[in-house]
Write a protein that binds this ligand. Structure first.
Ligand SMILES: C[S@@+](CC[C@H](N)C(=O)[O-])C[C@H]1O[C@@H](n2cnc3c(N)ncnc32)[C@H](O)[C@@H]1O
Length: 206
């Protein structure tokens, strides 16, 4: 059978997500819709940088390279990171880091391009040859680090909310939300659940 073009696969997943929305059915968003969530958040908050933890093949980083001035992405698996870096080399505004997101996040946040950032937290084992860090789902440790550079954070998208409290070693949903509320409190930030994601958004001051 002929392999589907990645563009067609992206569109098929997007249309499936739309149909699930329209029918009120649960949707674990496909990559194109995830990108659109990130892009819409970035437009609302005026972000110029995307920080992504968990690069995998660089699909989201490549899409975001066209809308952010700076894209910084970190992947734990050395082979995946090298392959993504090669694929993303044509985007001069993208930097791929290899290592554990928890260890490297402070370095990414200190990057001169990371002034007003949207952060996509997506670093965890997802089957096949992907990596499993010391902490299987480091979102809470990542939120802790991000909170220490809160001034640079315009928004955060935490992916795969359904897996919290379900997958081995993932903190519970309640623990994740408690951390989000503690580190990014109202009224400076709004926290929303959107399908399978938690979206944290900096609120404009009146
Ligand atoms: C769900 S995939 C990322 C998908 C990617 N964000 C995208 O939108 O195309 C998760 C990736 O995180 C990587 N990973 C797992 N633990 C990590 C960690 N502690 N630090 C950085 N990357 C990690 C895995 O190897 C895997 O490639």
């Amino acid at each position: 059978m002929k392999a589907r073009h990645p563009w067609a696969a992206g569109l098929a997943g997007y249309l499936l997500d739309l149909s699930r929305f329209a029918n009120g059915a649960p949707a674990n968003l496909h990559s194109l819709m995830k990108y659109r969530v990130i892009r819409a958040l970035a437009k609302r908050v005026g972000a110029t940088c995307l920080i992504e933890t968990g690069t995998l093949h660089g699909v989201t980083a490549a899409r975001c390279a066209r809308v952010f001035e700076t894209v910084l992405t970190v992947e734990l698996d050395a082979q995946l990171a090298a392959r993504a870096a090669a694929l993303l080399a044509k985007y001069r505004n993208v930097t791929v880091y290899q290592g554990d997101a928890v260890a490297l996040l402070p370095q990414l946040l200190a990057h001169p391009g990371a002034g007003k950032s949207v952060v996509f937290l997506d670093a965890h084992y997802c089957g096949g040859n992907t990596a499993r860090g010391e902490v299987p789902e480091p979102a809470i440790a990542e939120l802790d680090i991000l909170a220490r550079s809160r001034d640079r954070i315009a928004g955060i998208v935490i992916d795969d909310f359904r897996c919290f409290g379900v997958e081995d070693g993932f903190p519970s949903k309640a623990q994740l939300l408690a951390a989000a509320e503690a580190y990014f409190p109202h009224p400076d930030f709004a926290i929303r659940a959107l399908c399978d994601q938690i979206v944290i958004e900096r609120m404009a001051r009146c």
